[in-house]
Design a protein. Structure first.
Length: 125
């Protein structure tokens, strides 16, 4: 699952993240969820690029943000908060969605390192 901060970093570096992901998709599934789409999509300024991202997301494995996923997010937030680990809600929800399908999270965000059972990396292998 590709986190929004990875997309944003690629775009800031002048790299087309969709091109990189198209190569990755030849050997593995690429996943997304609604929170990631909304975070990335809101920052895209040109409508043509926005449409291009939408087309790419339409063919990715999509993890639905069901009531069950949101309940899992709430429970994760509650348990981490009780241990003194307060993380952004959107990161927790992305982690829950990734966990639901057993996905590694491609990210530069170190918040995911604090979530038990989550495999996150900034490297593409």
């Amino acid at each position: 699952m590709v986190d929004s901060c990875w997309y944003i970093a690629q775009l800031r570096d002048g790299i087309d993240p969709l091109k990189t992901l198209s190569y990755l998709a030849e050997s593995r599934d690429i996943a997304t969820c609604g929170v990631i789409k909304a975070e990335v999509g809101r920052g895209i300024r040109q409508f043509e690029r926005f449409e291009k991202f939408q087309r790419a997301w339409d063919v990715m494995l999509y993890v639905d943000s069901s009531l069950q996923r949101w309940d899992e997010t709430m429970n994760l937030a509650w348990s981490l908060d009780r241990r003194g680990v307060t993380l952004p809600l959107h990161d927790l929800h992305i982690a829950v969605c990734a966990s639901h399908i057993g996905a590694v999270i491609l990210t530069h965000d170190k918040h995911f390192d604090h979530i038990p059972g989550i495999d996150a990396t900034d490297k593409i292998y």
